[in-house]
Design a protein around this ligand. Structure first.
Ligand code: HEC
Length: 154
């Protein structure tokens, strides 16, 4: 009984350091090349996080860009920044633009972020009622069968 405290603290500390070691040594982090670093600087310079988020961190005005490289290739993203489309819901304000080298750097940074082992974090965002209706009307998503068992029941 005298050593109960000492033994339990030792067991807790040992498990803590062992599990920290397991976490650190199994982390799969892609290589941080100079282009990735430059891309991170582009991200900061233009305040992209003022509207977007990465890994769920940032602002929620526009979409989370963690997995943007799975959706669009380098050429698409370059054309997007060259064209600078009008940003919804505004009718006039254009999206910030980037040069070809800046786009190459931000693409390297996006590829790095998408390669982080985050266990699929962040999850797909839940759509607001208004956004869901808008996407349904434009035919981009189908209305899901929500609780079909109560359909017509009320
Ligand atoms: C003033 C707000 C604002 C800022 C600042 C901003 N964006 Fe956007 N961005 C938007 C909006 C709005 C859209 C279109 C809707 C959406 O995808 O959420 C968009 C779309 C995008 C898309 C296409 C997304 C897709 O899924 O097709 C990319 C890529 C993008 N932005 C990257 C960036 C980068 C990189 C920066 C910084 C250089 C940046 N944005 C800065 C508001 C902004």
């Amino acid at each position: 009984m005298k050593y109960f405290f000492v033994i339990s603290v030792a067991v807790v500390l040992l498990s803590f350091f062992a599990l920290t070691g397991v976490s650190l040594f199994t982390l799969k982090t892609p290589e941080i090349s100079p282009a990735v670093v430059a891309g991170k600087k582009v991200w900061q310079k233009y305040g992209c996080a003022g509207c977007h988020s990465l890994l769920g961190m940032g602002a929620y005005l526009a979409s989370d860009l963690t997995y943007i490289t799975r959706k669009h290739d380098h050429e698409w993203i370059y054309r997007f920044f060259a064209r600078r489309p009008v940003m919804p819901p505004s009718k006039k304000k254009r999206h910030p633009g980037l040069s070809r080298p800046e786009t190459a750097d931000i693409f390297a940074f996006f590829t790095f972020v998408a390669g982080l082992d985050t266990q699929q974090w962040p999850p797909k965002p839940m759509l607001s009622e208004g956004e869901r209706k808008r996407l349904e009307q434009s035919g981009r998503i189908k209305r899901p069968e929500i609780m079909p068992e109560i359909k017509g029941g009320r």
